[in-house]
Design a protein. Sequence first.
Lengths: 78, 78
Amino acid sequence: MDLSRMDIKLKVGQRVRELRKQRELSQEGLAYKAEVDRTYVTDIENGRRNVSLEIMERLINALDVSITEFFNTKEFRK
Amino acid sequence: MDLSRMDIKLKVGQRVRELRKQRELSQEGLAYKAEVDRTYVTDIENGRRNVSLEIMERLINALDVSITEFFNTKEFRK
DNA sequence: ATGTGACTCGTAGTCCGTG
DNA sequence: CCACGGACTACGAGTCACA
């Protein structure tokens, strides 16, 4: 898979899923912590939503990671 | 200034401005490269807009920096 | 427990100006 | 060159029934 050409929504979605699983959270659990709808998390993880900064912040906080860490993977390094 | 409590929109706005000035671009020049509206860049830099991922990607590309690097500052490390 | 289509409603994002 | 405002359109936020 060519990471450099993958859509940013997909990259973010995969990163959310990766971190969520590391924390052993369900989509429902993450949704609760981030105060968003369960089905919205599904959409985000599957790259179907063009999320805004404020939602990103809530997800990242709920995943208990810094913004820097969230984007510190090879997928985001181009 | 307490960086940890500063809103993500303000942090992003400041980072855009910082990188834009390093590149010696005007807001208009950046807007042109990122294919967004001139007035929208003003609002973003001043932390008034809740930008989406796709617009973020366009701005970051226009600033010629990776996503990882964009968020790799102490403001985003919490 | 996750995924999907179809919604409503507010705001993201554009375009016209001003000082 | 930048900040700001008004008016507009497109799309993100947020929810639901159903699978």
